[in-house]
Design a protein around this ligand. Sequence first.
Ligand code: RIB
Ligand code: CA
Length: 327
Amino acid sequence: MNQAMGAGGGAGQRVVLDGDYGIDDALALLYLAGTGAVQICAVGTVHGNTGAVQAAHNALHLLGLAGLPGVPVAVGAHRPLAQAVKYSSLVHGDDGMGGQAVPPTPDRRPVVESAAEQLVRIARAHPGECSVLATGPLTNLALALQLEPELPRLVSRVVVMGGAVVEPGNVSPLGEANVVHDPEAADLVLSADWPVTLVTVDATMRTWLEPSDLARLEAVTSPAGVFVRDALRHYVRFYDEHYGRRSCPLHDPTAAVVLVDPTAATEVLTRPVRVELRGEHTRGTTVVDRRDNRGPGRPEGTAVRLVLGVDRDRVVREVLDGVLAVS
Ligand code: RIB
Ligand code: CA
């Protein structure tokens, strides 16, 4: 790590990561570590792909592999705000890492504060300087907004992987996993008065790996590369069985690329977004107010920057180059 870098590597913007450290969250973290384009200040974990504690062990292991053992990891919410917890074990394995997770070691422990407390503390210490990348259910961010109502003025921007606009949902007809896993939290975060970029499945479902991309990963020899390659085999098996493609889309890594380089987004819509909380078939749906009228009934609320398309080749190349740069 060069002298100008902080504990989280990278000399650029400070970023707090918040995720449910499953397989694509892992790729996103390693990509960010490999590019060195941002300084990872801290990581918070949340229920979703696995439990928040297991997700923290996964994040600690990944940070160790990435040469960033000094980055603090805080365990966050164990359950959603208003529904029972449900893990995506089928997609990510019981351990979130497709069976590759390693047991925690005594020298690598989460910090004592919660992920929401950690986010608020860092945002207060560096007002206007930190971005947040959320790649899991938004429970921690919602709790942080409740802890510190001034949070929207303390963070510079929030990039979230989640939501579906035209693309079908991936866990219900219209619902995307990170929103469906905590609709109340997602609604609070998307309607708060802060600059949110929502990288939807409309964009991420266009980032499938080609056989040549998988071959690049199969050839890795670094400990980080080997770890993520083995976890990806589980992920690819899920998509093969459920989507009929021996491949996978890069959900969370796409959001990480958009955080680093917003110009990777090729199709963007800026509109208010709310989350449906009551519908029997639509709970967890992102409702985008696409009306253009300026008169009565015009769209109100905070405008969210919805990413609906990305430069697929650029995203995949950036992610693989970043991941493979981790030695
Ligand atoms: O819908 C994709 C999201 O849900 C990603 O964050 C992935 O990790 C899964 O949990
Ligand atoms: Ca995730």
